[in-house]
Each structure stands twice: as C-alpha cells, then as structure tokens.
Design a protein around this ligand. Structure first.
Ligand SMILES: [Zn+2]
Length: 164
C-alpha cells in the first residue's frame, strides 16, 4: 500500500539538492507566527518569509494553548524573538464544532475524559481577541508590546487584522 509519507520522503531526497544552506538558529526577523495547522495556510508564502527568518507555531485553531505559550517563552527568552503574529482563519474545522459531542464520543469509546480542551469557537474575531489577550497576559514572556491578531481568508488569501 502506498503511503503519503513515502511520497514525501521522495520529495525530501530531491530537496537536499536545492537546500539553501545553513541558517542561524536565531530567527533573522525576530518574529514568531502562531497559526492553525490548516493545510491551506502557507505562512512562508503569505508573509514573504524565507527559512531561518521566523518561528512558526501551529496547532488546531492557532490557539494559545499551554504548549504554544511554552514555545513562545523559549522563542523569546532563548532565541531572541520580539514580536508575535497570531493568525486564525475562515472555515476553520474548530469554527462551530460541537466540542461536547466530540468529548461524549471519545468518552463512550475509551471510557476516558480527554485532559485538554479542543478549543471549538463560535465567533472568530472573538477567538482571535481572546488568543491575543491570553498571550499578552502571559507574564513569563518578556516582550508583550507587539502582539497582534489576524484572520486569514482561505478563499481569497486576504489577511485582516483584528483590532481591540
Ligand atoms: Zn483551522
């Protein structure tokens, strides 16, 4: 049976031939992008980034989970990033998802309660504002003055800022 991973590994072998060369560990633009895992979002293309220029943190929703906060603290304290760009997007799988039903199904199948929230939301602008607020309130982060939130439209490619 053919596997997507096998195909990706063929591509990786070809990539080695055009590898752009080593980069510094510290991101050259001193910025971290937090966004959703959605396959339609290409942060490098959208923001004109090259390898070595930014940290990219992704999870379902692009939410400020404990692990994203952990990574942001390391990004700023050890790897000298200064700004945080938070970006959620239209037609996200978590937008309007029935979190309670998902939990019930998992509990019915496994007899265990998931130890984390999945983060379903109803209002995307509100979700972005809450994510920005969570990051700005995280006192382990030394740089919280340049934290901005955005919505990416997966049907047009437009990036819209969500203001306070
Ligand atoms: Zn999403």
């Amino acid at each position: 049976m053919s596997s997507a991973i096998d195909e990706l590994l063929d591509n990786a072998a070809a990539y080695e031939a055009r590898f752009p060369g080593p980069r510094a560990t510290i991101p050259a633009r001193h910025v971290t992008v937090v966004t959703c895992m959605d396959s339609r979002i290409d942060p490098f293309a959208i923001f004109g980034l090259k390898t070595g220029e930014a940290h990219i943190l992704r999870n379902a929703g692009g939410l400020a989970t404990d692990d994203v906060l952990r990574s942001l603290v390391l990004s700023q304290r050890l790897l000298m990033t200064r700004e945080i760009l938070l970006m959620q997007h239209t037609r996200c799988g978590l937008h309007g998802a029935d979190e309670a039903a998902l939990r019930r199904k998992i509990v019915a199948e496994t007899r265990e309660e998931p130890p984390y929230e999945f983060g379903a939301f109803e209002d995307i602008d509100r979700s972005v504002r809450e994510t920005v607020a969570t990051v700005r309130a995280h006192r382990f982060l030394p740089h919280r003055d340049r934290v901005r939130g955005f919505v990416y439209d997966v049907d047009t490619g437009r990036v819209r800022e969500v203001t306070d």
